[in-house]
Every structure is written in structure tokens, then in C-alpha cells.
Ligand binder design. Structure first.
Ligand code: NAI
Ligand code: MG
Length: 358
């Protein structure tokens, strides 16, 4: 029987509520597909930061290396500045393992009414550059505490970085609609985004059959609301991709449904799977969190480790649960997190006993 070792970092807030649901559902589909997962629970969180002064141990990255993947909830705590939680855990993992692709699919799941009328169809994959761009450590502050206090932060784009994310997006677009939209802002950002445009164009000139459209990020945001059916694969910088993914998830029902896969396709190091949403301090502890984003992230993880059948079973069970009419509050329903997950577990059993084609 195949066995995999997955590191599990529930993190903070609703991460602690939705990660266990994903673990239970993944174990259930694993059993039915004849493989096992050994979970290594990592208690790395803001609570750890508050008691020990660091989000994760000094050798945390080494501890994760050698595993088959990482399932993450979210990090963020009202008493800890967000840059500490983000730069103390998530960003170091993304960068240490060179997880340069952040793949964020969103589609209208069966039975969910879109939040905005739009033009009726939402099925988009955002391919976000994940290790450089606007999220850069290059910068500083000066004249602190004076009237002339200042801050600057440099965005950092490399030819290699833009090229490799564009190549992945182009291959994905070729398998889908053949159309790719590059999110840009080269009218205002005359150095970084003109460079982005040049490298994207140059890379795509070698991909025949893929049609490129460069769209200014502000116009693209409006288009995703009004005419989402005209948008298939988006290639975007770190910041733009982050913002657009919350936007599309919300139009497709809720930010609680969307997954995010942090991947290095060379597979030499573990990739990391998480929901797009954060720790939702406003609903924490109330059994209200929508677990779909975490479950979908788990399904992407299963696909990545080579268990595509189990990945499909898991998403099918989520969709069947929605088709029963079950919804958490963010989607306008009354189901609690645990009720929703209990129904998903029932549907996983039903998928198996019906011998549904995989
Ligand atoms: P958020 O995504 O946590 O919440 C935004 C809104 O969406 C809230 O009203 C929340 O209740 C709702 N929401 C989010 N996920 C939901 C779910 N699964 N089910 C139902 N409703 C859901 O974003 P916010 O408020 O900006 O950030 C809260 C904390 O999370 C901050 O500390 C932030 O830094 C952190 N964060 C962490 C991320 C990560 O670890 N990858 C990503 C985004 C935010
Ligand atoms: Mg985000």
C-alpha cells in the first residue's frame, strides 16, 4: 500500500477548525483508494509566537523537507502584527522550497448562486507568481519618529521569475481555452510592469496556439465582476494575483470556497496547500467556517501527490453535499462546519459504495 507523509500546520483561528475536517475527509478517501497518509502535526502558530517568540522552530524548514507535502490552514492573530505571522511562517516556506507557482482555481460549484449576476459563468484559474514581485524585503524606513518619517519598498521582478510562471500558465491555458490574460499595470508602474509585459510577451511568443491579452489590473477587476465568462487563465504578479483571487472567490459565492496550491513543479521539495482565506477572527470558535476552501486545497494536494482518483472523489463529495442544499452561513445557509463535514463524509462513503467512475 502506498504511504505518504504530510505535514499539517493548522495555524490560527479557523485554520484550527477547517484543517481537522480536511484531514478526516482525506483519510476517508485515502482508505477507499488504498493508500495511507501519515500526518505530522506541527503546532506552529501565533500562540507559539506569543509564548516562544517565533512562529516556527529555527530548523522548521528542515523538518518539513523530505515530506510529501504540507497542508496549511491559515495564520494571523489579532494580537500579533500580520507581517510577523506572514513573514514568520508562510513566506519563508514558499521561498525556502522555491514554491514559485501559486495556483488558485475558482469555479461556480454546483448549487451555489453567484454573489454577483455577472454573465453567468465563473471558471478561472489564477496563476500567481509566488516568491518575488511586490512582496519583497528590499526597502526600509528613515527619519523614524520625526515629521519627515518615510518608508520605501522595492518590487523585485526577475526575468527567470516572470518567465517560469508565464510558461506554466501558458501550458495550462493550452489545455483549457487557449486564452491567457496577463494582469498588468504598465501604464503606472513604468519599470516593473513594462518589464513584466515584455517577458510575458517574449515567453508566449514561443507558445503557438495560446492567445495573450494584457489587461490593466483595475479593468480586469471590473471585468471579473461583470463578465467573468470572458476570463479563463490569468497570469499575475504576487500582489495582483493575491487580490484578484479573493475577488473571484467572492463573486463565486464566498472567499471560504477557494483553494491555493503553492507548487514547485520539479517536486524536489514539498509543495504546500492552503485555502485562499485567512483566519477569520470574526467567526472563530463559532463552528461557522466554510470548510470548502480547505477541502478543495486537500483535493489539489491529493492530485499533486499522484492520487487523482481520490482528489476527484473528495471534490465530488463536496459537490454532492452542496447539491443536497447544505450550505454554511457565508453561502446563505444554516449548516455548521461540523454538519457540513459530516455530510461530506457521508457522501465520500456514498461515492465509494456506488462505485462511481473515477
Ligand atoms: P479573512 O479571509 O480571514 O476574512 C475575511 C472575511 O471572510 C471575514 O469576514 C471572514 O469571516 C470571512 N471568511 C474567511 N474565510 C471564511 C470561511 N472559511 N468561512 C466563512 N467565512 C470566511 O481575511 P482578513 O480578515 O483580512 O484576515 C484575518 C487574518 O487572517 C489576518 O491576521 C490576516 O493576516 C490573516 N490571513 C492569513 C492568510 C494566510 O495564512 N494565508 C491569508 C489571508 C489572511
Ligand atoms: Mg490573500
Amino acid at each position: 500500500m502506498k504511504r505518504y507523509t504530510i505535514d499539517c500546520i493548522a495555524g490560527d483561528g479557523i485554520g484550527q477548525e477547517v484543517v481537522p475536517t480536511a484531514v478526516a475527509c482525506i483519510d476517508a478517501v485515502a482508505e477507499q483508494n488504498d493508500f495511507r497518509i501519515t500526518w505530522r502535526d506541527r503546532n506552529w502558530s501565533s500562540d507559539r509566537y506569543l509564548s516562544k517568540g517565533a512562529m516556527m522552530p529555527v530548523d522548521g524548514i528542515d523538518q518539513l523537507d523530505g515530506g510529501d507535502g504540507i497542508l496549511l490552514g491559515a495564520v494571523g492573530h489579532p494580537e500579533v502584527p500580520d507581517h510577523i505571522t506572514l513573514w514568520g511562517l508562510l513566506i519563508p516556506i514558499r521561498r525556502a522550497f522555491d514554491l514559485y507557482l501559486n495556483i488558485r482555481p475558482v469555479r461556480l460549484l454546483p448549487g451555489i448562486e453567484p454573489r454577483v449576476v455577472g454573465d453567468g459563468r465563473i471558471d478561472t484559474v489564477i496563476v500567481r507568481e509566488n516568491v518575488e514581485g511586490e512582496y519583497s524585503e528590499v526597502g526600509g524606513r528613515a527619519y523614524q519618529g520625526t515629521r519627515h518619517a518615510m518608508a520605501f519598498q522595492q518590487a523585485l521582478f526577475t526575468r527567470r521569475g516572470v518567465k517560469r510562471v508565464t510558461e506554466y500558465a501558458a501550458e495550462l491555458a493550452a489545455e483549457r481555452s487557449g486564452k491567457i490574460i496577463s494582469a498588468t499595470k504598465s501604464n503606472g508602474l513604468i519599470h516593473s510592469m513594462t518589464f513584466w509585459d515584455e517577458v510575458v510577451e517574449e515567453t508566449l511568443s514561443r507558445h503557438t496556439g495560446v492567445e495573450l491579452q494584457s489587461v490593466l489590473i483595475d479593468a480586469l477587476a471590473a471585468r471579473l465582476v461583470l463578465a467573468p465568462s470572458s476570463v479563463d487563465v490569468i497570469v499575475a504578479s504576487n500582489l495582483f494575483g493575491d487580490i484578484l483571487s479573493d475577488l473571484v472567490a467572492a463573486t463565486a459565492g464566498s472567499i471560504g470556497i477557494a483553494p491555493s496550491a503553492n507548487i514547485n513543479p520539479d517536486r524536489s521539495q514539498p509543495s504546500m496547500f492552503e485555502p485562499v482565506h485567512g483566519t477569520a477572527p470574526d467567526i472563530v470558535g463559532k463552528n461557522l467556517a466554510n470548510p470548502i476552501g480547505q477541502l478543495w486545497a486537500g483535493s489539489m494536494m491529493l492530485e499533486h501527490i499522484g492520487q487523482a482518483g481520490a482528489a476527484t472523489d473528495l471534490m465530488k463529495a463536496v459537490e454532492n453535499t452542496l447539491l443536497r442544499g447544505m450550505r454554511t452561513a457565508d453561502l446563505g445557509g444554516t449548516a455548521s462546519t461540523s454538519e457540513f463535514v459530516a455530510a461530506v463524509l457521508e457522501e465520500i462513503d456514498a461515492v465509494a459504495s456506488a462505485g462511481v467512475e473515477r
